[in-house]
Design a protein around this ligand. Sequence first.
Ligand SMILES: Nc1nc2c(c(=O)[nH]1)N[C@H]1C(S)=C(S)[C@@H](COP(=O)(O)O)O[C@H]1N2
Ligand SMILES: [Mo]
Length: 202
Amino acid sequence: MAGITRGFFGRRGERDPRLPPGQYDARDQWPVLHAEATPRISTDTWTFTVEGLVEHEVSWTWDEIHALPRSRYDGAIHCVTTWSKFDMTFDGISVDTLLEAARPLPSATHVMAVSHTGYTTNLPLADITDGKAWVVWDADGSPLTVEHGGPARLLVPHLYFWKSAKWVSGLRLMDHDEPGFWERNGYHDRGDPWAEQRYQGD
Ligand SMILES: Nc1nc2c(c(=O)[nH]1)N[C@H]1C(S)=C(S)[C@@H](COP(=O)(O)O)O[C@H]1N2
Ligand SMILES: [Mo]
């Protein structure tokens, strides 16, 4: 009885309210997870493109994207394999800034995030607008390492981390939802960690 009580309510069982259900705090660990071989992408040839259902298809080079106003995310990330990390700092640019330039058409409802490697992940447009998503190149004050998606990755921290495409190359605006890489392999189309949307059907 005492053991059960301690597990749920005891000093050591106090659950961090920032931790979504089924997640644990990875503390100083930052696991590396990806399906494909780690690519080497030079910032000399790197581009980021917003295309599909937009008024203007726009591409930025590394220098061009760095000339846009910066934006920072301070907070947590949550991987579907159950680790979460708190107090991360990412620097880059808000996806809002990129979409302002491309101007999504009214028919655009979803996006496919695409990586230089061919990795894809789908998102409702509403999940990457209004300050909820970034293209980032610094993590905790240092350039993103290639293992963590450098030179730049997408960051959508309110959804499971598989939505944060590493080595991101662009966004394709669509008028329908369509599964990306992990979504075709059984992961949920949206991936809200607070609703534990881990797998298709959750
Ligand atoms: N290009 C690419 N991006 C990806 C993945 C991948 O397989 N390929 N995996 C996703 C998953 S499942 C997670 S948890 C995070 C892992 O990011 P990290 O290695 O920086 O922790 O990247 C996401 N972005
Ligand atoms: Mo993940």
